[in-house]
Design a protein around this ligand. Structure first.
Ligand SMILES: [Zn+2]
Length: 343
């Protein structure tokens, strides 16, 4: 929660991680290459005060996450965008099994995403059912550029992917976060191309597709798709991190999103630990669109819009009653630590 002009703004970090990128977990040279590339993103876009040493970045502990998100980072709830990458990391990078440890400890603070991969085939369907039975899975995170054996990726429109999406429908999983856009070494940028969202979103109008990273750099493609399919949402992770080093670039991105999608289909995400929510949220609250952009696009980033982006839109997607949730959060161990901090 962040207080602005006497208002309390509820914050849901729509995209965060608790990863294990330690050398002990690297399966091969790609594990190391992945972490070096991730670190580059972190170093290049963070304000200098927020840059971590590489070893901390590879593996941070629970207390660090709790502090950076909830105690110092204004975040009320976080959505675990589980990523697997078992071809590069022995135990996976931040799987739902790994994330479940924190979800169990702080059940009101986290939304746990699972995943599917159509290359698991028929037999994966049962495993998917089991995952949903055994874990409190509320959403999914899909990673179309993930390697599996010889394969360098898949598409949402693959017939087998449709079988899994049908199963989501049956099991009541409605929110599908899908990474589209920015690539990370050694994955292929084109395997993260946003185009397949168009057809899948049209064919599954009852599912919500939260396009993480808005398809960047193909923002135009994303916007033209999202304009047509009202069940497509923009996840701001990565995009919003440019607010510090390239504010004009961020202004153009957010103006495009407001112009094409409007204020109700944009979700904040820090992509922690790539970046810390604290500085992003502070800069976002202070941010104003440059006058020429405001005029050209005919949009404005008002406090009301910021409130929607920071929490209300995600709350709506996940059926969270903010007032009731606030009360629950005040009583949990993190809420008690926050209260002690103020006192
Ligand atoms: Zn991420």
């Amino acid at each position: 929660m962040i207080r602005v002009d006497g208002q309390e703004i509820f914050v849901i970090d729509g995209h965060m991680h608790f990863w294990d990128g330690s050398p002990e977990n690297w399966r091969n040279k790609y594990g190391e290459g992945w972490m070096l590339c991730f670190y580059d993103y972190h170093k290049s876009l963070s304000p200098a005060d927020y840059v971590w040493p590489f070893d901390k970045y590879c593996k941070y502990d629970e207390e660090t996450l709790i502090r950076d998100l909830f105690l110092e980072g204004y975040v009320d709830m976080g959505i675990f965008n589980s990523t697997y990458l078992t071809e590069f990391f022995k135990n996976g990078f931040n799987t739902h099994v790994q994330n479940y440890v924190l979800k169990q400890k702080y059940p009101e603070r986290f939304i746990l995403c699972g995943t599917f991969d159509p290359r698991w085939g028929e037999k994966g369907l049962d495993e998917f059912r089991r995952m949903v039975e055994e874990y409190p899975i509320q959403g999914l995170k899909l990673y179309t550029a993930e390697w599996r054996g010889e394969s360098r990726g898949w598409r949402l429109t693959d017939p087998m992917a449709y079988r899994y999406l049908e199963l989501c429908r049956e099991l009541g999983i409605r929110n599908i976060h899908v990474h589209k856009g920015p690539t990370i070494y050694p994955l292929n940028k084109d395997a993260f191309d946003v185009h397949d969202v168009d057809q899948a979103a049209s064919d599954f109008p009852d599912l919500n597709f939260i396009v993480e990273h808005c398809g960047l750099p193909r923002l135009d493609d994303f916007c033209w798709i999202a304009k047509q399919d009202k069940n497509v949402y923009a996840g701001l992770a990565v995009a919003i991190a440019f607010i510090h080093s390239r504010p004009r670039y961020f202004a153009e991105i957010i103006a495009n999103l407001l112009y094409w999608l409007g204020p109700d289909r944009i979700l904040f995400g820090s992509d922690y630990a790539l970046w810390s929510p604290r500085w992003i949220i502070e800069k976002f609250i202070a941010f104003e669109l440059p006058p020429d952009i405001k005029e050209e696009y005919g949009v404005d980033l008002t406090l009301e819009t910021k409130r929607k982006i920071l929490g209300e839109n995600a709350a709506r997607l996940y059926g969270i009653d903010i007032a009731a949730q606030r009360e629950k959060l005040q009583r949990d161990p993190i809420g008690q630590r926050l209260a002690a901090q103020v006192a």
